[in-house]
Design a protein. Structure first.
Length: 309
């Protein structure tokens, strides 16, 4: 097992399984620009969130629930046990558990031959808030499926399982075979992304909060100088102005419907539509609070009327 520092260094120099969905732009947690900046240590490493800490604490419990539900045996290789692919050393993986010498308990129900689920497999364990149960109703979210396919390639396994404890009570799990077409796509995109890292060239930006956060961290302070923007910048400016006009119109329309409902409710604190949709309009109190001093950069268009930038 590697030390914490050795494990972190492997993660910095490779693309881990949780990062493949980021590379593809399919992770809800981060996007390529942020990952690129963190790989080059241009911005600090990710900090552990309360959700991550809760997931770590509950992981043994989820594993025990999975073993009981499936009859499969899980082995914990350790949190810092990272494996680098021999076939493609750019890819690495740290798995939650290995399923040892098992046959899936529900393969008959799934209509699949039992031998597809024999031999060792990979098990990823998740904890999910109850209000996100719908995301697991028919299959796991796609970014978790991509994470598992990445792990199957790195670990050289034929199958794996994604399990989630939902709302602290309900366990769901889904078995997946290795998909070499998906893996080939993951590997190709990983190398495309890594060329940006090697050239220290920023990947294309998107409109995500992750990218906004990364750019704010990369360029926190303004230098007193003016630069020539690229040829596409005029089009960006016009598109931005058009978006601002559409947003303003949409907000006015939204407020119209809100006010129509408020007027119909009058002094009543609740009402129900003929179709059964219920609205409330109740008094809420907001405590006074002081906002901590902060500084941040603000994008504004100088001159003209862009409907504000």
């Amino acid at each position: 097992m590697k030390t914490e520092s050795e494990w972190l260094e492997v993660r910095r120099q490779t693309i881990g399984s949780s990062e493949s969905p980021i590379v593809l732009g399919l992770s809800p947690h981060a996007k390529p620009v942020e990952l690129w900046a963190r790989k080059l240590e241009l911005i600090p490493a990710w900090e552990e969130t309360p959700e991550m800490r809760r997931g770590k604490r509950l992981e043994p419990y989820v594993a025990a629930e999975y073993e009981e539900a499936t009859g499969r045996k899980l082995v914990d290789l350790g949190r810092t046990h990272s494996v680098v692919s021999e076939e493609d050393p750019l890819l690495s993986a740290t798995v939650d558990r290995v399923i040892v010498s098992s046959r899936g308990g529900d393969v008959v129900e799934q209509g699949l031959p039992g031998d597809r689920w024999s031999g060792d497999g990979i098990c990823e364990l998740k904890t999910v808030k109850g209000w996100l149960a719908h995301e697991w109703a028919e299959e796991p979210p796609v970014h978790y499926q991509l994470q598992l396919q990445h792990q199957l390639f790195v670990m050289g396994k034929r199958w794996g399982s994604l399990a989630a404890l939902i709302g602290g009570d309900d366990l769901v799990y889904y078995d997946f075979e290795r998909d070499d077409q998906v893996i080939a796509m993951l590997r190709e995109e990983a190398h495309v992304f890594w060329r940006y890292v090697e050239r220290r060239e920023q990947p294309p930006v998107d409109g995500s909060a992750s990218t906004s956060k990364a750019l704010a961290a990369l360029f926190p302070r303004a230098e007193r100088r003016e630069v020539a923007l690229p040829a596409d910048a005029d089009q960006w400016a016009e598109e931005l102005a058009a978006c601002n006009r559409e947003v303003k119109a949409a907000l006015l329309e939204r407020d119209l419907y809100r006010n129509q409902l408020r007027a119909a409710l009058g002094a009543a604190d609740a009402g129900i539509t003929p179709g059964g949709i219920r609205f409330t309009n109740r008094l809420q109190q907001r405590k006074a609070m002081l906002v901590a001093e902060s500084e941040f950069r603000v994008l504004r268009r100088v001159g003209g009327d862009p409907e504000e930038s």
